[in-house]
Design a binder for this molecule. Sequence first.
Ligand code: SAH
Length: 249
Amino acid sequence: MAGCSGKVFVVGAGPGDPSLITVKGLQLLREADVILYDRLVPGELLKEAKPSAEKIYVGKAPGAHTYTQEEINKMLLSLALKGKTVVRLHGGDPYVFGRGEEECAFLLSNGVCCEVVPGVTSALAAPAYAGIPVTSRGISSSFAVVTGRVAPDSSKTIRYSEIARAVDTLIILMGVSELENIVADLLAGGVDPSTPVAIVEQGTTPSQRVIVGRLRNIVELARRERVSPPAVVVVGNVVKLREKLWKLA
Ligand code: SAH
């Protein structure tokens, strides 16, 4: 740790099934003095911490943030400067819509080392547990992962239909509340209304639920089934492979 006055490990906890954390992530979790964890981190994993470890919930439920990102950054910094072994535990992968990179950048700019331990992202694992591979020879040679929600302070908009036409599989995170708008955008942009769509709710957990439809009826199905977050939406012909792979899953 030459040149560092402390260190934080930014660790991916995996998508929900607690056994999907990496070996390295689990080892660090067991050694940590302090763990700052997200809302979507599997509760089971926190039991792996040593009894003396301090566990701080820093989750950000939509519209109900316990701490701002700035406060989280400062907390990480001050704990690391006190010489604690700090683990910042993110749901899925820390660098996939997780703001792990903002935390590392902040720490490094303040002279504290930061090591990222990637995690299994829900973007790939939730479809996989639902029997949907995101690529498949002859069916899908590309996929894109997009967010359904753009940061309120961002001037960027996402051109869903352009992305959907450019790749074979479109994977949408944080898409439940915006599903109607996103589907309207895709249809208006010329994406085939008969394109298969799956929604994987609470993927990789015992409460996993999969809703399958077509672009033309998925909004109605999601409403009827009262789909709620967290859920991953998969758009593309790979969804059909579920018929073959699900029974074996
Ligand atoms: N870093 C995380 C993503 C954080 S954004 C990762 O790599 O998985 C939060 C979004 O991830 C949720 O809104 C949802 O779209 C998705 N998500 C996280 N856990 C999920 C799960 N168990 N099942 C389905 N979607 C999940």
